[in-house]
Design a binder for this molecule. Structure first.
Ligand SMILES: Cc1cc2nc3c(=O)[nH]c(=O)nc-3n(C[C@H](O)[C@H](O)[C@H](O)COP(=O)(O)OP(=O)(O)OC[C@H]3O[C@@H](n4cnc5c(N)ncnc54)[C@H](O)[C@@H]3O)c2cc1C
Length: 421
């Protein structure tokens, strides 16, 4: 399957006027670029440094379940009109417990939103973000450039960059680590993390069902782990199949016809015969939360700060909310002429997002553990909770607000993005 995403070509030539800048964002993934877009009208001089080539950064073979809160953030960044036609809008999400016949149905009217969830491919999202930063006067983006070291001083941080032209140093008031789960910037700064590796891995693959997927998202919990079907445009779906490590490795090692037989068994036949569109990939599941999100001149964002079990599709949505919250905090500081790298400013973000992310991490962990548990009283309890959610709209709406990001501290939209919505 080949999908072409349009993106502007940006030469990674160092810009001398950036020898001093206000914010260096390490990592041009979705979290880092969303923050850059959120600061487009801040007046701050921003440099995004991405280790990969620009087109490589778009090529990840993954689709994300995107929450209504994420859609609001992209709307306020002025990106939604570009993204919305290329992604799917879930008309319903069905949640079930193995073969238990009662299933929870989430509908847009439960939320008062246009869709319960959305699903978009990595390339669609990142191409829109790359295009936006390429046209923002205060943002530069250097590709094929790696941040190799950061030295923290009282007034600025010295950032050491390496690319084909050699090494370069620049001074910045603030460094944002948006460099992913294995963040070197976090490690070098000595920020510790809490968390664990799960006993499970996650298999992803793109498939085309014979019948229409009708824009319905499914998440079914089996004792080995959850299995999700995310509808995509052009009647394609991404499957997210979680299983214990050895089982997951054995499944992806199967020849494709046997893989499809196993997949069809798990998927069911509600959409007819399936055709495999991509090589299945496998990722170990982890939970991680940084002990702090900031220190003077450094702040952590997205997977560099936290990561969670793939159940419920929360990881990127948390990173995007981090980016909107940090943009608000930095824009407010800028309006009050405060130093963006000072601890007093950065702690506002830490207090806000670390607490909210804890709640989501704990929720995904609870969901995965309770549905993997076959102890009879636990099975009875969770099925009772499921029936409560099915027949009583109050807990259903509460749960939906949690998983769709529509809870927690409100974002002040006048301080995010172009600030004129
Ligand atoms: C199987 C699976 C399914 C998932 N499904 C969902 C889902 O449905 N919904 C959801 O919300 N989340 C989902 N997630 C989580 C989501 O993929 C991550 O949370 C998200 O990709 C993190 O984005 P990020 O921008 O923080 O980090 P990354 O995407 O890891 O980006 C980091 C960037 O930093 C760059 N970089 C690293 N080091 C340096 C350096 N030193 N200098 C310069 N650049 C550097 C890298 O090249 C990279 O581009 C899923 C995860 C998995 C594993």
């Amino acid at each position: 399957m080949t999908i072409n995403f349009e993106f502007p070509v940006i030469t990674p030539s160092p810009n001398p006027s950036l020898a001093n800048c206000d914010v260096v964002i390490v990592g041009g993934g979705i979290s880092g670029l969303t923050l850059a877009c959120g600061l487009q009208s801040s007046g701050l001089r921003i440099l995004v440094v991405e280790a990969q080539q620009q087109h490589q950064a778009t090529e990840r073979s993954r689709a994300y379940a995107l929450s209504p809160m994420t859609s609001k953030i992209f709307r306020y960044l002025g990106l939604w009109s570009q993204i919305a036609p290329k992604i799917s809008h879930f008309s319903r999400v069905l949640l079930s417990d193995a073969d238990y016949p009662h299933r929870v149905e989430f509908c847009p009217k439960d939320l008062g939103e246009a869709a319960v969830y959305y699903c978009g491919e990595h390339g669609v999202l990142i191409a829109a973000l790359q295009q936006r930063v390429a046209t923002a006067a205060n943002i530069s983006c250097w590709y094929e450039t790696q941040v190799v070291e950061v030295r923290y001083g009282a007034e600025t941080a010295e950032v050491v960059l390496k690319n084909s032209q050699g090494q370069q140093r620049l001074q910045s008031k603030l460094v944002v680590a948006a460099d992913g789960i294995n963040s070197q910037i976090r490690l070098q700064a000595g920020i510790e993390t809490n968390g664990w590796a799960y006993w499970q891995s996650c298999i992803t693959a793109f498939v085309a069902p014979e019948r229409s997927h009708q824009n319905i998202g499914y998440e079914r919990f089996w004792s080995s782990g959850p299995f999700a079907i995310l509808p995509l445009p052009d009647n394609r779906c991404q499957i997210v199949w979680i299983a214990p490590h050895a089982e997951a490795q054995a499944i992806v090692a199967l020849p494709s016809d046997q893989f499809m037989t196993e997949l069809q068994r798990r998927y069911g036949d509600q959409m007819g015969k399936l055709t495999l569109l991509s090589q299945p990939l496998v990722f170990p599941a982890r939970l991680m939360q940084s002990c702090r999100y900031c220190q003077p001149r450094l702040v952590l964002l997205g997977d560099a700060a936290h990561c969670c079990h793939p159940v419920g599709g929360q990881g990127l949505n948390m990173g995007i909310r981090d980016a909107a919250a940090l943009a608000q905090v930095l824009q407010t500081a800028q309006q009050h002429k405060q130093d963006p790298g000072s601890l007093a400013v950065l702690k506002r973000y830490d207090r806000w997002r670390r607490y909210e992310n804890w709640v989501v991490l704990a929720f995904t962990d609870l969901l995965n553990r309770s549905f993997s548990n076959q102890w009879l009283p636990m099975v009875k309890l969770r099925r009772l909770v499921l029936r409560l959610i099915i027949y009583w709209s109050f807990p259903r709406r509460l749960l939906l607000r949690l998983i769709t990001g529509l809870w927690g501290r409100r974002i002040d939209w006048t301080r995010v993005g172009a600030g004129s919505h």
